[in-house]
Design a binder for this molecule. Structure first.
Ligand SMILES: *[C@@H]1O[C@H](CO)[C@@H](O)[C@H](O)[C@H]1NC(C)=O
Ligand SMILES: *[C@@H]1O[C@H](CO)[C@@H](O)[C@H](O)[C@H]1NC(C)=O
Ligand SMILES: *[C@@H]1O[C@H](CO)[C@@H](O)[C@H](O)[C@H]1NC(C)=O
Ligand SMILES: *[C@@H]1O[C@H](CO)[C@@H](O)[C@H](O)[C@H]1NC(C)=O
Ligand SMILES: *[C@@H]1O[C@H](CO)[C@@H](O)[C@H](O)[C@H]1NC(C)=O
Ligand SMILES: *[C@@H]1O[C@H](CO)[C@@H](O)[C@H](O)[C@H]1NC(C)=O
Ligand SMILES: *[C@@H]1O[C@H](CO)[C@@H](O)[C@H](O)[C@H]1NC(C)=O
Ligand SMILES: *[C@@H]1O[C@H](CO)[C@@H](O)[C@H](O)[C@H]1NC(C)=O
Ligand SMILES: *[C@@H]1O[C@H](CO)[C@@H](O)[C@H](O)[C@H]1NC(C)=O
Ligand SMILES: *[C@@H]1O[C@H](CO)[C@@H](O)[C@H](O)[C@H]1NC(C)=O
Ligand SMILES: *[C@@H]1O[C@H](CO)[C@@H](O)[C@H](O)[C@H]1NC(C)=O
Ligand SMILES: *[C@@H]1O[C@H](CO)[C@@H](O)[C@H](O)[C@H]1NC(C)=O
Length: 837
């Protein structure tokens, strides 16, 4: 009895914990529910077939209205329309009720929503459109947008797909949220519950296709058992949500998997093989959207293997899917990753245009060339790819990454809509006419029948979908922009915040501020002036390692030396990349004076002393931006803490953990990049911050027992270039130092390295008082690509606030190694209030 009472009281009085699985479809009760006066009495879904998106729309409306407004409405197949919510296709509506005036204004997937009369009308051009309209209506009431409206909404482009880089073994390339929801141990999963939930989420943001496997594709996807799984499980699970399945192909499948002696696209046997397997797949998945192909890129096989053109390769697949109404998304990410840096004119950024320009007009009508937004690879800042304006007789789509491979891997907050909008709004001035990227990929600018959007999402099994609750704004924004790229980043964010966290004004203010500042902050501390994300391109793409950009064939070069930095992409003296743009834009990028500062080092090789338009030198801008960006990241922690109690503890704590991590890792970035260029250029920081850390005690300068100094590589990822590690993997290490700072209260920060492959244990004490203990287990909590080294990926910080310290006391750290993790420590900081270092 007593036990029951306790349980009930807990249930009644706490905000329910939320694990993020419902994302923006929480259907939480709204405070002003009683102000919605004109809610109809019933729901009419004009299709009784359970697999119909219209039927699903009816169910979704029932569920949503019950959650949001607390009203249980029945769903009916046909009844009369007065005082109902009617959802269906235009055709079904006309059949049931006669006239439907707006039918002519609807495009495929579009919908009409009217809440003006006693009947709410949600009419789709097709079944999918009806479902989109239902989600739109629910989104409105969930945000208390109760005023009557009546409008038609049509998509910006027909192709709005997600790409999921899932491997057959269940791992995900560049996935930060646990293993795959689609594959396990080489096969399609048996339990497709999560796949269906994901399809629902995608439908609610109007994504109409999903390519479920990695572009670095494994031909075993084509086995009987997997084709069966694609059809009878995955496609069936997603079809009710109007999400069409697509797959990535390995170009060499006929040989590696089919037993042919060749995969030459012009060999009739190869052609027949593809036609055959394609027919087989369509027999199981009659509405498959088509294929995605990465060929002749980063070691992948392709048509060039046989001296055939990329168009020959793409068209082979196009012929196979054509009878089934399928399309082929052919990636433009084709380049040679063994180019020689000693040739000043070599440039990976030229590759896409070089490979594709002579093929314009040679692709079949159902081929779409899928182009990454910039010429290199999802960097923190790139100009729009010049290929968008090169292909005039070919349908194109833009490829974006929701999974932030180069932008903090969901351990740093980076709201991406502002970055995407810069690209989408870039006017490439083809033929000196307005030619915004968004109007090119919609098919409008060059009058193409197809076109659209591909977003690499990489959801995983973690309940939060992306590993980070705040990162979900990126998925939401992707869907919103793919439907309507004229939306403003902050407006999209506002909708997402209300739907995800509710109506608290402080919550809105804080998440908006953090999100809108997040991309500029990340750019500031990762790579400025168009130099790219200065991460480790040879390893995990997470932490800093500017030296890794150069001296290899990958072509993400900075050409930094003692005096100068940047890629000379001019026509007059460099790689000629600027000349790949139409004349107006080419002329702008050709000259330093007309190149915007934020792309200066993308297009020009200049001295560190080169003055920017701001009046600062390049090197001083680097130093200042890194300090500024890292300082901004610190502010996210107290901002977030001001929300404690205003949102559920589960999501509060998870985000808090990530923001604290980001604040620490932003300092790792700041110091690594600044130390690197300071060391290289030997130009001092005007403000004397770089290399000067008065609040730090370097671990290697402490009294060590069981610990030894360790030269970290890359050197700039350790303060003073050196850390300490235990002398053996079984020795407990002790590092201590006398405190020479004035007595007072400090935040005590310890910078250490958290490697995968071990969970070292630490404790820190001052005098004889234990300040804190912790375990090096971030690999279980963060989800970013891990490292087995002491480097910029594993470097991190833990902070203990408000520690009372007397001058002359001893600070002691005890580290217990575990596995391959030798309890590594870089330094200890005693930070007076307001100081960040
Ligand atoms: C009902 O939905 C099913 C499945 O999507 C579809 O095949 C059928 O054409 C729909 N019927 C009407 C009348 O729209
Ligand atoms: C392809 O998948 C099979 C089955 O899971 C696996 O044995 C093989 O190693 C994979 N091949 C590649 C290149 O990943
Ligand atoms: C399928 O997966 C869902 C979601 O992860 C889970 O709740 C359910 O129990 C699973 N079903 C079976 C039969 O394992
Ligand atoms: C097509 O597939 C069937 C089995 O599904 C096989 O019997 C036939 O030989 C295949 N034909 C070609 C040309 O590969
Ligand atoms: C491809 O063409 C080049 C030049 O046209 C020729 O030298 C080379 O032998 C050809 N390679 C193959 C595999 O046919
Ligand atoms: C790169 O080019 C330089 C100069 O032509 C040459 O000396 C060097 O061997 C080349 N490097 C490679 C890896 O081919
Ligand atoms: C999701 O990941 C977080 C850490 O990122 C972890 O705390 C949580 O337990 C995970 N949840 C699930 C359901 O795996
Ligand atoms: C022109 O190119 C050469 C390399 O060929 C380079 O050393 C030089 O700095 C460039 N000049 C200018 C003004 O950028
Ligand atoms: C760049 O620096 C080099 C080395 O100090 C110097 O020779 C050169 O004149 C400088 N170029 C410009 C444009 O300032
Ligand atoms: C602290 O200072 C005392 C007196 O100078 C010295 O004997 C001792 O070794 C120092 N301890 C550490 C840990 O440096
Ligand atoms: C810690 O040191 C203080 C002063 O030196 C002493 O009074 C106290 O008993 C010590 N506490 C412990 C737990 O050793
Ligand atoms: C320490 O390293 C040795 C040799 O590499 C290894 O055999 C042993 O298992 C390791 N011990 C621990 C505690 O990891």
């Amino acid at each position: 009895m007593r036990f029951l009472f306790v349980l009930l009281s807990v249930a009644c009085c706490h905000v329910a914990a939320e694990d993020g699985s419902q994302a923006w479809l929480r259907y939480a009760p709204v405070p002003k529910a009683s102000e919605y006066h004109s809610l109809p009495a019933s729901i009419v879904a004009l299709n009784n077939t359970k697999t119909s998106p219209v039927y699903v729309a009816g169910q979704e409306l029932e569920k949503g209205i019950k959650g949001i407004l607390g009203k249980q409405l029945g769903v009916d197949g046909t009844s009369k329309a007065s005082s109902s919510i009617v959802v269906g296709t235009a055709e079904a509506y006309k059949k049931a009720y006669g006239e439907f005036e707006e039918a002519d204004e609807l495009e495929p997937d579009g919908f009409f929503l009217s809440t003006e009369g006693s009947t709410v009308l949600i009419i789709g051009q097709n079944e999918r459109g009806a479902l989109y309209g239902a989600f739109e209506y629910l989104s409105r009431i969930a945000q208390q947008k109760f005023s009557p409206v009546s409008y038609v909404s049509n998509p910006h482009a027909p192709i709005r797909w997600s790409n999921e880089w899932n491997n057959m073994d269940g791992s995900i390339e560049r996935g930060y949220s646990g293993p795959s929801i689609f594959f396990r141990n080489g096969f399609v999963v048996d339990n497709v519950t999560r796949a269906a939930e994901y399809a629902r989420l995608l439908a609610s943001i109007r994504i109409n296709g999903i390519v479920i496997n990695n572009v670095n594709a494994n031909a075993t996807l084509l086995s009987e058992r997997n084709i069966e799984g694609l059809g009878s499980r995955l496609a069936d699970a997603m079809r009710p949500y109007g999400v069409q399945l697509g797959i990535s192909l390995n170009f060499a499948s006929p040989k590696d998997f089919g037993g042919l002696s060749t995969f030459d696209p012009l060999d009739p046997a190869v052609d027949a093989w593809w036609a055959n397997i394609t027919n087989k797949i369509y027999a199981r998945v009659p509405d498959m959207s088509g294929y995605l192909v990465k060929a002749n890129s980063e070691g992948q096989p392709g048509p060039l293997t046989y001296n055939r053109t990329l168009a020959d390769g793409a068209n082979m697949f196009a012929r196979a899917v054509k009878p089934h109404g399928g399309i082929v998304m052919f990636r433009a990410f084709v380049y040679d990753n063994h180019i020689n840096e000693s040739n000043w004119k070599n440039d990976r950024a030229n590759a896409a245009v070089d490979f594709f320009k002579d093929l314009d007009g040679k692709f079949d009508e159902n081929v779409v060339v899928q182009i990454k937004y910039g010429p290199i690879d999802f960097q923190v800042r790139e100009p729009a790819s010049p290929l968008f304006s090169t292909l005039r007789k070919t349908s194109t789509s833009i490829e974006l990454q929701i999974t932030p491979e180069y932008l903090g891997q969901n351990c740093h907050l980076v709201y991406l809509a502002p970055l995407w909008k810069e690209i989408l709004n870039s006017d490439l001035r083809a033929d000196d006419k307005p030619s915004k990227v968004k109007d090119i990929v919609s098919g409008q600018r060059f009058s193409r029948p197809l076109g659209g959007w591909a977003g690499v999402v990489n959801v995983g099994t973690n309940s939060s979908w992306l590993g980070s609750h705040l990162a979900m704004s990126n998925l939401y924004a992707y869907g919103a922009l793919a439907w309507d790229p004229s939306l403003e980043s902050e407006d999209i964010l506002g909708d997402w915040i209300r739907l995800t966290f509710g109506f608290d004004a402080r919550v809105m203010e804080v998440i908006t501020e953090m999100s809108m500042k997040s991309w500029p902050a990340y750019e500031n501390y990762s790579g400025n002036l168009g130099i790219q994300t200065l991460t480790d391109i040879l390893y995990t793409h997470f932490g800093p390692n500017p030296a890794s950009q150069d001296g290899n064939g990958w072509g993400q070069w900075t050409r930094a030396d003692k005096f100068s930095i940047g890629m000379d992409r001019t026509v007059k003296n460099g790689t000629g990349n600027a000349g790949q743009y139409p004349p107006e834009v080419a002329a702008r990028y050709e000259e330093i004076e007309t190149t915007p500062d934020n792309l200066l080092l993308w297009f020009h090789h200049v001295n560190y002393t080169q003055k920017l338009k701001s009046g600062k030198s390049v090197i001083q801008h680097f130093y200042d931006a890194h300090y500024e960006g890292a300082a901004t990241a610190q502010t996210f922690v107290p901002l977030w803490e001001s929300l404690q109690g205003r949102i559920d503890d589960e999501r509060y704590n998870d985000v808090h953990f990530r923001q604290v991590f980001q604040a620490g890792h932003a300092l790792v970035w700041r110091d690594a990049i600044n130390q690197f260029y300071h060391n290289l250029s030997e130009i001092p920081d005007d403000h004397e911050r770089v290399g000067n850390h008065p609040y730090r005690i370097e671990a290697e300068k402490m009294s060590l027992n069981g610990y030894k100094p360790y030269k970290v590589s890359p050197f700039h990822t350790a303060s003073g270039y050196t850390a300490i590690v235990t002398t053996t993997n079984a020795t407990v290490g002790t590092a201590s130092a006398n405190i020479t700072f004035a007595s007072g209260t400090y935040d005590l920060a310890v910078n250490y390295y958290d490697l995968i492959g071990g969970k070292a244990q630490y404790s820190v004490s001052v005098g004889n008082r234990t300040v804190g203990t912790w375990t090096g287990d971030l690999e279980d909590k963060l989800g970013h690509a891990p490292s087995i080294y002491l480097d910029g990926h594993s470097a991190t910080r833990i902070t203990f606030r408000g520690v009372k310290v007397a001058k002359g006391e001893t600070v002691t750290i005890v580290g217990r190694p575990n596995g391959i993790e030798p309890a590594p420590i870089d330094y200890v900081s005693f930070l007076p209030s307001g100081i960040v270092d």
